[in-house]
Design a protein around this ligand. Structure first.
Ligand code: MN
Length: 208
C-alpha cells in the first residue's frame, strides 16, 4: 500500500450509515478509500436542534468524532464536555451545507476549523498509537488549524455515557483571552456565515 494511504474501516461506519437516508441527505456515504499523509482534523459547527461543534480526528481512515456543545476553548483552565458520537467517513471533512428537515441531524453544517494534527501522547518515552489512546480514554493531539493551534487533550470521564472532556493543554499556543468560538464564527472553508450557508443552499434548490 502507498505510504500515507490507510484502508477505511468500513465496519466502523455502520452506525453512521444506519442513521442516515442518503436519498434525502446530501451527506457523503463514505465509499472512498482515502487518507492524507498527515492526519487531518475538522471541527464542524452544526446548528441542529441544539447548536454544537463536532470535533473530528482522522484515525485509520475514518473521522473519530465528538460533539462538543460549547465548542473548544483556547483557555487551558476551561474543560468542555465532549460526547463521543459515531465515526464519520473521511470525506465528511469537506461537508458544508444543509441536512434537510426530517433527516438525522437536520440543520446547517459549517466547516468551522480544519487542518492537520499530530499525536503527542507519550508513554515511557514512546508515542502511544491513536487507537490505544482511544481505548485508554486519553487522547493528546497537537492541532495545526486555521483557528486552533497547539495541544488539546480528550479525557474519557463516563464511558457508559460516551462522555469525555476536551481541554487545551497549557502550552505556548494557549491563550485565555482568545475566544474563537464567538470572535471567529465563520467558515474556515468558504468564509461564509451560518446564514449564508443556509441562504446559498435555498438558492441552489430554487434553481433546480
Ligand atoms: Mn452534529
Amino acid at each position: 500500500m502507498a505510504e500515507g494511504l490507510v484502508m477505511v474501516k468500513k465496519k466502523s461506519l455502520a452506525h453512521y450509515r444506519a442513521k442516515r437516508d442518503f436519498k434525502t441527505s446530501p451527506e457523503p456515504k463514505g465509499d472512498t478509500i482515502k487518507s492524507s499523509k498527515k492526519p487531518i482534523f475538522v471541527i464542524q459547527k452544526h446548528k441542529a436542534t441544539q447548536l454544537h461543534y463536532d470535533v473530528r480526528l482522522e484515525i485509520d481512515g475514518v473521522l473519530v468524532s465528538w460533539a462538543v456543545p460549547k465548542g473548544p476553548s483556547t483557555d487551558p483552565t476551561v474543560k468542555r464536555l465532549a460526547v463521543r458520537t459515531e465515526d464519520h467517513p473521511f470525506e465528511y471533512a469537506q461537508f458544508e451545507g444543509i441536512i434537510p428537515e426530517g433527516n438525522y441531524g437536520a440543520g446547517t453544517v459549517m466547516v468551522w476549523d480544519r487542518g492537520t494534527y499530530k499525536n503527542i501522547k507519550m508513554k515511557s518515552g514512546k508515542l502511544v498509537p491513536m487507537n490505544e489512546c482511544l481505548k485508554n480514554g486519553q487522547v493528546e493531539v497537537w492541532l495545526e488549524g486555521k483557528k486552533l493551534q497547539g495541544g488539546y487533550v480528550f479525557i474519557e470521564i463516563r464511558p457508559e455515557k460516551n462522555q469525555w472532556l476536551l481541554k487545551k493543554i497549557d502550552d505556548e499556543m494557549a491563550d485565555a483571552r482568545r475566544n474563537p468560538v464567538s470572535t471567529e464564527p465563520d467558515s474556515a472553508l468558504t468564509g461564509r456565515t451560518m446564514d449564508e450557508i443556509a441562504q446559498d443552499n435555498n438558492e441552489l434548490i430554487l434553481r433546480m
